[in-house]
Design a protein. Sequence first.
Length: 200
Amino acid sequence: MARVSQEHLEARRRQILQGAARCFARDGFHGTSMQDVFKETGLSAGAVYRYFPAKEAIIGALAHEVIDTVRGAFADALASSRLPHPDEILSEALRRVESVLRFPPPLVVQVWAESFRDERLAAVLRDVVSSLLGAWREVVSGYIERGLIPPGSDAEAVARVLTACAQGFMVQRALLGPLDHEKISAGVRALTSFSAPEPT
C-alpha cells in the first residue's frame, strides 16, 4: 500500500480548517455542527475525525495558526539588529495573518463571543492571548534594554495595551472590511511618539 505523503496530509488538514472556518463565519460556532463541516468540505466523518475530534479542536488549530504566524513576526523583529517600532511590528503581524490565513474575518469575533458560553473554547483563547502578551513583553523588554522607552517602564502594562490594539484592529477588520495598514502604522507611531509640551 502506498504511503500517504506529508504534503497530502497537510493539504487535507488545510481543507478541513478552511471549510470549518467558512461554516463558523456563516453560522456561528454554536450553530455549526460537525455534520455541517463534513458537508462543507465534502469529506466523510472518518476523514475529518482523523484530524479533529471536535469543533473545539478545529478552533484550537485555527487559533494556534494565528498565534504562530504572529509570533513569527515578533521573532523576526527581535532578531533584527534594529528592533522595529511597535507600529511596524503590529502592522506586519496583521498583514501576515491576513495573507497566510485566509479565513473569514468575522470568525474572530464569533469565536470570542462563543468563548463566554464554552469553557473549553475560552481556555484555548486564554492560551492564545497569553502567548501574544508574552511576545509583546519580550519586545517591550527589548525596548527598555535599548533605551527606546524610559527605564522602569511596566513591560506588562505596555504589552497589554499593544495586545488590545491588535485585538481592536481585528474587530475593525471584521466590521469595516480590509485594514489600511499605512493608517494603522501612522496612528500607532503618532501615539507612541507623543511627548508632553515643555513646562512654561
